[in-house]
Design a protein around this ligand. Sequence first.
Ligand code: THU
Length: 268
Amino acid sequence: MPSHPVLDVLRTQAHALTRRAHAPFSETPAAAVLLLDSGHWIPGVRVESASYGLTLPALLNAYTTAVAAEVAARSVAVVLSRPFRREEALYVDALSTGPYEAAADDAWVRGGWTGNGALPTPEAPLSPTLDASIDASPQAGLAHVREIAERAYVPASHYPVGALLECEHGALVPGVNVEHPDWARILCAERAALGTVHSYDLPAPKRLFLTCTTDPHGTPCGACRQLLAELAPDTTLWMDRHATPPEQATPSELLPGSFRGHALLQES
Ligand code: THU
């Protein structure tokens, strides 16, 4: 594996971040680090679902956090805690912010940044949270989430969704839907925000504000209901109904009797 000082730093960071992965079923944690041209970087961890196919890959988790933070166009490199798999290489290869090129078996670098020494020195992680706090009424959260929805990357659907997760102690985590030429790699806004909470090891979500600017009847899809039931069961959802009052629900109301995989966990 070629040695590049910046990639080496990111590699070390990716390995350390595997501790934040949610991998109770495979016990095979993975993490990604996405470096921005400013030197700030974004972590992404693997987040497993009891419905295995809904597992968030580390790389997709980091990239969707970058889109929600409006910095995806500033990505210059992405490094994994282990070698890229074929599907991960295909994911990066098709990103609209590219082209990216493989620089090592665990690292892809954006074209123009591949020269030795050209990459910025990694600084602090980028803060993913809004620089704001909200009161107990749903109105403030809904006002923020309507602005967040404008960050969605939706060339396939033109259906922008915004999510805002409020964690315990008030951190506000944005999420948007991020589309990809391979539809199986598209991530919804709700799951994008949940992934960011895990990547940054933030406290448990308490409220989720959701909006679709083009659909006053928008509601979480089945995949999002599953992940909310597993990862954020104590969250209250507030769904924007545009001109009429928002609709309130809990994950268990949206997905009664959900499968959460307790029997799959190894007894320790
Ligand atoms: N979408 C969400 O972001 N959340 C949902 O719960 C429903 C669907 C996105 C995914 C895709 O980008 C587009 O909306 C159409 O399904």
